[in-house]
Design a protein. Structure first.
Length: 272
């Protein structure tokens, strides 16, 4: 019988300082949240990259970053906006190259509105995918060159399959799927989407990254695991059937509770 999977976490560099022993003890995967803001990416982030390499010297887990996302969509109708988004994503990938990160989270272009309206307008579904390709074209090439995978995270997605099809349409190892458990639980509770484990099953082998957060199905809570109403046994049963070995990243608001979240998963026998 195989051992339960080892979970990692998302945090800033300041929080890595606090949780370094926890990260190193089981070579846990890490997602850095210090390179999201435009102010950072437009500035001199070299000292942050140097600090990252210093703090993670000897770390055996996989490293990634949450990419920029504030204030834009990767499927904008405005070509000038798309150019800015492309630039932001390339900046994020420059950071990945500098620190050795092999995943970057980007946000899905689909909304709850999309589910009910894309097919009501002829060609709208295809046009959204085409705009996404135009935005990501250069970033995909750059990600391929540096061995990084951009994982598309569900935000409002009601249809668990549509984002998977979008990722597959790139036919590139540099584009895969992420699932945020709290976002999926919100969609389930608020829009009638399927439960979280269905999102895992829909993603299948394209799933390379999971944000683990607990919630109540009403809002994007980012609670410590065990504090909400997500059915974790069902989620991890679905994950256990995958061969893609996705990064399992605890992403909660109160970073002091990261070890407690991992301990909760261990207490119910699904992860460590």
């Amino acid at each position: 019988m195989s051992s339960p999977p080892v979970v990692g976490a998302a945090m800033t560099l300041d929080e890595v300082e606090l949780h370094r022993d926890w990260l190193f003890e089981k070579s846990r995967d890490l997602e850095l949240q210090s390179f999201i803001d435009a102010e950072v990416l437009n500035g001199d982030w070299a000292p942050l990259a140097a600090r990252t390499r210093r703090l993670l010297d000897g770390h055996g887990g996989r490293l990634g970053i949450h990419g920029p996302f504030w204030g834009f969509t990767i499927a904008s109708e405005d070509p000038d906006i798309r150019a800015i988004v492309t630039r932001r994503l390339l900046q994020g990938l420059d950071v990945c190259a500098a620190i050795g990160a092999t995943h970057m989270v980007i946000h899905s272009p689909y909304t709850s509105w999309s589910y009910n309206n894309l097919d009501d307008n002829a060609g709208a579904r295809e046009a959204l995918a085409e705009r996404t390709h135009m935005t990501l074209r250069d970033a995909v090439r750059r990600a391929e060159d540096i061995g990084c995978t951009m994982v598309i995270e569900n935000i409002e997605d009601k249809d668990p399959h549509i984002r998977v099809a979008l990722a597959e349409s790139f036919q590139s190892p540099a584009v895969a799927v992420s699932i945020d458990t709290g976002h999926a639980h919100y969609a389930h509770g608020y829009t009638g989407a399927p439960p979280v484990d269905y999102y895992v099953k829909a993603a299948g082998s394209r799933l390379q990254h999971v944000h683990l957060q607990d919630a109540d199905g009403y809002a994007d809570r980012h609670w410590s695991l065990g504090e909400g109403s997500i059915h974790w046994h069902a989620v991890f049963r679905a994950l256990a059937k995958l061969e893609s070995n996705p990064r399992l990243i605890i992403e909660i608001k109160d970073k002091s509770k990261i070890p407690a979240s991992a301990a909760y998963l261990a207490s119910i026998g699904v992860a460590q």
